[in-house]
Write a protein that binds this ligand. Structure first.
Ligand code: PAF
Length: 281
């Protein structure tokens, strides 16, 4: 396995691969790797010649310093998992390597970073855009792989490439959500849940699944109320938002008759841990 800590070393290694016409797939992560991340590396390996995985807990995307502090860091286990998954290129930069000076770029994504996660985590997506654009400039991948659990992030990264990095031709691939056996979407934050919380958090997905079966008989607003009330009945859980939006502009859906693809996106506190999930209707 080739582990790089500096961008210069990584770029010169990747330049040699590009000279041999090899394609590069990229999986950016913040570590605390789980099977969801491993499935991204497998997709990358099936579609490109070489896969680069970065592990970097990006400070600029945390609006709450406590959240940044308690974010799980499991670097030795992560490296072991990547070795077992056959990943051969890992980028492990530190903060000054990525941000030699303060990044004061402000990205304009219109509506899509103002709603849902963007509304509840001010500045979060600007920080994501900062780090992803920097990583893309270093790795210059042909394809980059993002989990659809972070559905809004996936939409915003596509817009980042389209609006700010169009010449790069990077293709953004959204990969299906990988779930624990009880249906809970895999997330690094699940590490922070007690076993009792983890079990109760499975109600998030089962409620979304149930809601999907009710669209023939209930209006959009009734489904929203159903989901919020059902989840809030569980004493471990508190819904922060549940929105049903179209899958490109992320505008609120009012009726099921609208033609666009509809996605229900939810954020729920389980104790102090914030979980997100979504479902296509
Ligand atoms: O989804 C994540 O883990 C992060 O937001 C990402 C894309 C690695 C940027 O820090």
């Amino acid at each position: 396995m080739n582990i790089f800590k500096t961008k210069t070393e990584l770029s010169s290694f990747l330049t040699e691969l590009r000279k041999k016409n090899k394609t590069i797939g990229f999986v950016p992560t913040m570590g605390a790797l789980h099977d969801g991340h491993i499935s991204l590396t497998k997709q990358s390996a099936s579609q490109t010649d070489y896969t680069v995985v970065s592990i970097f807990v990006n400070p600029t995307q945390f609006n709450d310093p406590k959240d940044l502090e308690k974010y799980p860091r499991t670097i030795d286990k992560d490296i072991e998992k990547l070795k077992q998954a056959g990943v051969s290129i890992v980028f492990l930069p530190n903060v000054t390597e990525i941000y030699p000076k303060k990044d004061s770029r402000i990205f304009d994504f219109g509506n899509i970073d103002k709603v849902m996660e963007g509304k509840h985590r001010q500045g979060h997506f600007n920080g994501v855009a900062q780090v992803v654009s920097i990583l893309f400039e270093i790795v210059i991948p042909n394809k980059a792989f993002f989990g659809l659990k972070d559905f809004q992030q996936y939409v915003i990264v596509k817009e980042l490439v389209k609006k700010y990095m169009a010449d790069s031709n990077i293709e953004i691939i959204g990969c299906k959500i990988i779930r624990e056996p009880n249906g809970l979407a895999m997330s690094s934050r699940n590490e922070l849940l007690s076993s009792q919380e983890r079990e109760n958090a499975s109600i998030i997905n089962s409620t979304l699944q149930k809601a999907k079966t009710l669209t023939g008989e209930k209006s959009v607003d009734e489904i929203k109320n159903f989901v919020i009330q059902k989840i809030n009945q569980n004493k471990f859980l508190k819904v922060e938002y549940f929105d049903i939006v179209d899958d490109t502009k992320l505008e609120q859906i009012k009726t099921w008759e609208e033609k666009s693809q509809k996605v229900g996106c939810i954020a729920v506190f389980c104790g102090s841990v914030r979980l997100i999930d979504n479902i296509y209707f």
